[in-house]
Ligand binder design. Structure first.
Ligand SMILES: Nc1ncnc2c1ncn2[C@@H]1O[C@H](COP(=O)(O)OP(=O)(O)OP(=O)(O)O)[C@@H](O)[C@H]1O
Ligand SMILES: [Mg+2]
Length: 211
């Protein structure tokens, strides 16, 4: 089992968008994936309730239960929507993750605000050193605006934070909120569109990390 936590303490960074899109993209290629919402009032619940035919399995696990419940899941890939804003709760999510994806909007305040979380993740990596257990973390540029100069310089700045930046990125596209409104992803509503293409590219890159 691989546990992927999608985290950023900043609200609206795109955690739920990445979780739902990545989970459905994996589901579409037959991977045994489950989505975990650690917030009982979280977006996942609303998203899944908006679509009675939701193909992706979603469980709500209270944060204090993550460490005991996650290892019991029978699934191959577990994706956690790491909604936690408080540091102690974020740490609980980091503690169960094999891979952390940090979606970040390509704008200076968004990048700078990831500093505390980056430090928490680095502390955990230090803790794990020599234990045989590993934790990897990657930034994912989300809501990129075309191929602007800004996005490129932000990618450089992000790389300076010590974690690799995924090659795939999600451009700002209305296909995401439009699909989410009905409990779906752009993979379902506009499978031939650019948003779907970007989600498949993200999935393929993530699969190379699992290989
Ligand atoms: N690539 C994108 N293109 C267009 N809209 C996007 C994109 N990514 C996210 N959004 C929109 O931005 C809003 C915030 O995204 P999302 O809910 O995924 O963020 P979040 O990090 O889960 O937020 P929260 O911290 O509140 O849980 C949503 O309305 C979503 O549809
Ligand atoms: Mg969310």
């Amino acid at each position: 089992m691989t546990v992927i936590a999608v985290m950023n303490q900043k609200g609206g960074a795109g955690k739920s968008t990445v979780c739902t899109g990545l989970a459905q993209a994996l589901n579409l290629v037959g991977r045994d994936v489950v989505l975990i919402d650690s917030d009982p009032q979280g977006s996942m619940k609303d998203w899944t309730e908006a679509n009675p035919d939701q193909p992706v399995t979603i469980y709500t696990i209270e944060r204090n239960q993550l460490a005991s419940q996650i290892p019991r899941l029978p699934n191959d890939i577990v994706i956690i929507d790491g909604t936690a804003k408080a540091a102690d709760l974020a740490k609980k999510t980091i503690a169960v993750a094999d891979i952390i994806i940090i979606p970040v909007q390509p704008a200076p305040f968004d990048v700078w605000s990831t500093g505390d979380m980056v430090a928490m993740i680095q502390d955990r990596m230090d803790e794990l050193r020599g234990t045989g257990q590993s934790l990897r973390a990657y930034f994912l540029v989300n809501r990129a605006i075309g191929n602007s100069k800004l996005s490129k310089s932000i990618s450089k700045t992000l790389a300076g934070y010590g974690f690799p930046v995924l090659k795939s990125r999600l451009v700002s596209r209305t296909a995401h909120p439009n699909a989410q409104m009905i409990g779906k992803t752009p993979l379902d509503t506009q499978p031939g569109g650019l948003a779907a293409r970007e989600l498949r590219a993200l999935r393929d890159e993530v699969l190379t990390l699992l290989a």
